[in-house]
Design a binder for this molecule. Structure first.
Ligand code: FE2
Length: 376
């Protein structure tokens, strides 16, 4: 059994200069937002929430907002080619542009982070409509990815000014996805510590967990990872960098095809992973599969768990235990044709770690996929 000690968020000794209330939303720049939103509704069970575009006075883009419990995703497409959003999509393909964080005071968040060396993406701006105001500000992080700070305490509208309610008769039922558990960034060779120190210095995060290449190398490929958490533990950003192995690291494959650093996966929490994954598979989501032999030693490795083994094995759900409990997790295949962004579905039963005991089986499954793409 793996034992993993996680540092607890320390709220007493350090003053948290960037208090975060959680993930506000994740915005994706995609080639066709109308169709992407439909996919996330149909396959993942999101519901239509809001829309912005020419009809709402936004001339250069169309944005569709979908929501499932506390998860909010925005899909944005530029309407013309001469546009930085179009350049982003040309370079990276569909991917995560904005990891938006909810704050009490977006002006203060911008001042605190830019005064500590954060590069401004958006100076504080107040957007207003008849239902109130939203204050936005933002800083750059790895690659072309940005963090927006969203202050919406004085806003009653459906999403934010510029958007209107997205009325539609098509609202597929949800799949039990609840909130963003963590978002992982892939950064370049030897860049992990640069970004660890960015999150420490600029955003006041702490490194709560480290995996080196001895933890997570397989026969062929390796990576290193450090998990960064904000003060209250609501926001967690693991940062991966590739490591030398016999063959190409999965992080290197990502960097090649994304053409730079970016968000590798978004982990979405559920309270009933068997039910959620059964439904996602029924709706066409494809998951990485580990060999059936993984389940032969499972009970020995993780001890007693409440779930029946048979449905876990049938669905390919992985289990890991740390000192505080256990977790169940599964990973989708990339959700676009480039081998870049994918999703994790996670159910935590006490464990606050990230499934280190599954890395070997999982990375071997990823390598089988890489090999089929000719990228190993
Ligand atoms: Fe993860």
């Amino acid at each position: 059994m793996d034992t993993i000690a996680i540092s607890s968020p320390d709220t007493n000794t350090l003053q948290d200069f960037l208090p975060l209330q959680g993930t506000d939303y994740v915005e994706f720049y995609v080639g066709n937002a109308k169709q992407a939103a439909h996919f996330y509704k149909t396959a993942f069970g999101f519901q239509s929430l809001a829309y912005a575009g020419p009809e709402t006075g936004i001339k250069d883009r169309a944005s569709y907002v979908v929501r499932q419990h506390k998860l909010t995703f925005v899909f944005t497409t530029p309407l013309r080619s001469q546009n930085p959003m179009a350049d982003h999509i040309y370079k990276h393909g569909d991917g995560v542009k904005i990891l938006a964080l909810k704050v009490e005071d977006a002006t203060d968040a911008w001042q605190q982070t830019t005064s500590r060396g954060g590069k401004s993406y958006l100076d504080p701006v107040t957007l207003t409509d008849e239902t109130g105001e939203v204050v936005l500000s933002g800083i750059h992080t790895y690659g072309d990815t940005v963090h927006l700070f969203v202050e919406r305490k004085n806003y009653q509208g459906v999403f934010m000014p510029g958007y209107r309610k997205w009325e539609t008769v098509y609202q597929p039922t949800d799949t039990g996805l609840l909130y963003v558990d963590h978002c992982v960034g892939n950064v370049g060779w030897n860049q992990m510590n640069t970004w660890v120190s960015f999150y420490e210095k600029v955003m006041g995060f702490r490194n709560i967990l480290t995996f080196d290449d001895s933890d997570i190398s397989t026969e062929y490929s390796a990576l290193m990872s450090k998990v960064m958490s904000n003060g209250n533990g609501y926001v967690k950003f693991p940062i991966n960098e590739p490591a030398e192995g016999k063959k190409k690291s999965q992080v290197e494959e990502y960097l090649d095809f994304y053409d730079g650093e970016g968000c590798q996966h978004v982990a979405m929490a559920t309270n009933d992973i068997v039910k959620t994954v059964t439904e996602l598979q029924r709706r066409g989501i494809e998951f990485l599969k580990v060999p059936g032999s993984y389940y032969d030693e499972l009970t020995e490795r993780v001890g007693k768990i409440e779930e029946d083994l048979a449905p876990l094995k049938e669905l390919g759900i992985l289990v890991d235990r740390d000192e505080e409990g256990y977790l169940l997790q599964i990973f989708t295949k990339p959700v676009e044709d480039r081998p870049t962004l994918f999703f994790e579905i996670i159910q935590r039963k006490g464990a606050r770690s990230f499934g280190k005991g599954n890395f070997k089986a999982l990375f071997e499954a990823i390598e089988r996929e890489q090999e089929m793409r000719g990228n190993l």
